[in-house]
Design a protein around this ligand. Structure first.
Ligand code: 8DG
Ligand code: MG
Ligand code: MG
Length: 143
């Protein structure tokens, strides 16, 4: 085993679905700068995946979410930027707890803004871990 070196981190990212649409925001971060990504962030010590999803959505968009379910997990090495990182990314699916809520850009230093995008007409460029999922034929919608 290794000691002292960098360790993989755990992130939770959320496919927040509304009909055929998904919530995405353009990143302002050295990892995935200017690409469209899901809301989400780092899993905190002691937190459940569902709890992390709800907390990150509230912090980043002000939205309350419901029916949060585990979809899949991906292993992502971000080694091409100024801040290399290795994330195990847990992908969740959620719906809006209160469909009359509107997403707010509560962390403008991290995101240009949130919007709904039709799954059949996603914006470009997507954050590469998301792009990879789309290219593989992955769908976040229940069958
Ligand atoms: P925090 O301080 O709020 O915990 O973190 P954050 O600032 O919200 O972190 P983040 O960069 O949004 O998410 C953590 C990592 O998760 C990110 O650097 C890389 C990984 N990640 C993926 N795919 C996605 C995605 O689609 N959206 C987000 N937000 N993060 C993703 O691998
Ligand atoms: Mg966050
Ligand atoms: Mg985030």
């Amino acid at each position: 085993t290794e000691t002292g070196g960098p360790a993989p981190k755990v992130a939770v990212a959320v496919f927040l679905l509304e009909g055929k649409k998904v919530l995405l925001g353009r990143r302002r971060s050295s990892i995935g700068q200017s690409t469209f990504a899901l809301p989400g962030g780092n899993l905190e010590y002691g937190e459940s995946f569902e709890g992390c999803a709800a907390r990150e959505l509230k912090e980043e968009t002000g939205l309350d979410i419901a029916n949060t379910e585990l979809l899949t997990v991906t292993n992502n090495l971000f080694d091409d930027g100024p801040t290399p990182a290795h994330y195990i990314t847990v992908l969740m699916r959620s719906s809006m707890a209160n469909p009359s809520q509107v997403p707010q850009n509560l962390e403008p230093e991290k995101c240009d803004g949130w919007d709904w995008y039709n799954w059949d007409n996603l914006p470009s460029p997507l954050f590469w871990p998301l792009e990879k999922m789309v290219q593989s034929g992955f769908s976040p919608f229940p069958i």
